[in-house]
Every structure is written in C-alpha cells, then in structure tokens.
Design a protein around this ligand. Sequence first.
Ligand SMILES: [Zn+2]
Length: 198
Amino acid sequence: MTTSSEAEITRADRLMRLPDLIKDLLLSVGEDPNREGLLKTPQRVAKSLQELTAGYQVDVDQLINEALFEVPYSEMVLVRDIGFYSLCEHHLLPFFGQCHVAYIPDGRVVGLSKIPRIVEAFSRRLQVQERLTSQIAEVLLKKVKPLGVAVVMEARHLCMEMRGAQSKNSPTVTSAMVGVFRSDPRTREEFLGFINSK
Ligand SMILES: [Zn+2]
C-alpha cells in the first residue's frame, strides 16, 4: 500500500515538471514559448502526454481478473479491427492501426469488452510494435490459460512516414501466435481468413 502511494506521488511530481521541460523543448527548436499561440502549449502537451502514457497506471492482471468466467466453450473467440494508438519509444512519435486478437478457450473466457481495454493499456505506453504485440498475447495466455492465442497488429509509423524512410501505405505487420495457433496450421489459416475477410 505504502509503495503504491509513494509511486503515485513520484509520478505526480514528475508530471508537474513536464510543462517546464516542454517550454525548454520549444526554446530548443528555435521557438518563442512566450508568443501567443504557444502560451498554453506546455500545459496542453503535458496533459496530452499524460493521456498517451496512461497505460502505465493500468494493472492489466487486475483488469482481466474482474472478468474471467468459467464457460464450456472451446471455439475461437475473435475480436477484430481494434483501433489502437501508441508512441514509438525511439522517436516519441505515433504509430497506430488495427489489432486483431483471437484465442481458443479451455473452459474459461474473459469478458469481450476487456480485450480492447487490454490493447489500450499496453498501447498507451512507449512501445515498439513487436513488444506490444507479444505483451497482449502473453497476458491473455497467462491469465485466461487458453489453448492458444493469436495477435496481429497492422500499423502506420509516423516516425518512418514523416521522416521519409519508408513509403506510405505499407503498414508494418507483426504477429504473435501461441499454442494451437502455432502448432495447428488449420487454426492459424482460419484465423487469418477471418481477419482478411473485410
Ligand atoms: Zn520510431
């Protein structure tokens, strides 16, 4: 208990420093933080950064614990086209797109509405797409103990597009396949068929 409230204070203290840091950043890129259009920018950016990194405050294990149900169902559960927004940890620029999550229950399911919230909890942190993809798969594997999990993420990376290193319209695709999605080609094909049928 003491630890979590101490961590809370530390985060609040760190966040209070953000507006000053952003003012410095504006100066560093050659701007005048005192011109009218920028006066409130440090506060706005600080608030926006808090939102974009709010995932650090989410206890994903607990989020899932609240919505685990014993159900004798063993067909594929699929949540497709979950929109997500994240920040790449190398450039602090957005990467965003669609996430598809499937699992095959082994007598236990997680409330469907929790799956987009799990995606959001891990997305709203500084990330690389590969780790984000496997974190979603791993937490479902650990908590729901299904026969298999599959996660596919397709994303545009502004750090590549705005900086001209990669052509636009070619999303980066990452996937994590565990259990039967890895061992059974038919299950994998069925999943890929579902997510590609638009
Ligand atoms: Zn980047």
